[in-house]
Design a protein around this ligand. Sequence first.
Ligand SMILES: [Zn+2]
Length: 182
Amino acid sequence: MAGFAVCADCAREYHDPDNRRFHAEPISCPACGPRLSLRNSAGRMLDGDPVREAAALLAAGAVIAIKGLGGYHLAAAAEHATAVAALRGRKHREDKPFAVMMPTLAAAHALAVRAGDLLLLNKIDLLPHLQFDLQRCLEYVRRVNPRLRVVPISAQRGDGLETWYMWLRARMTAPATRADMR
Ligand SMILES: [Zn+2]
């Protein structure tokens, strides 16, 4: 990290044995640390707040590469069909699922339950050992999506596996509908 100059405040903390950031190599702060920037595909830096501008570009259908410590995340707005198609084309992932980012866990649950047709309740063998109110869970789920079919799955006894298999089989042979494409 020697190549990254730190500000006087960070340097003082780095050299202070009583400071929790003593000899913490990646030490930095908003004054001397990494900066966000937004660049176009030619590498030219774009004006404006990088996060706001990136959000606006995503909303307009752009595919954005977000550089982090571990490499790049390629991002597109999931509701933007042409952007997702462009991303799939570039990644050669025509049918493999992408990770979807949601603002909150509650939003993710609501979307998954609302848009889904089948809920697999996996590992029900563990229920006696958990503080999990199955009836209340199903009540909440049906409030969000009354037509959702629930199949409890037991890996030990095999409960539900045949039902699940039949459901999959029916999907594979039936012609695709709009609901199937979701
Ligand atoms: Zn600093």
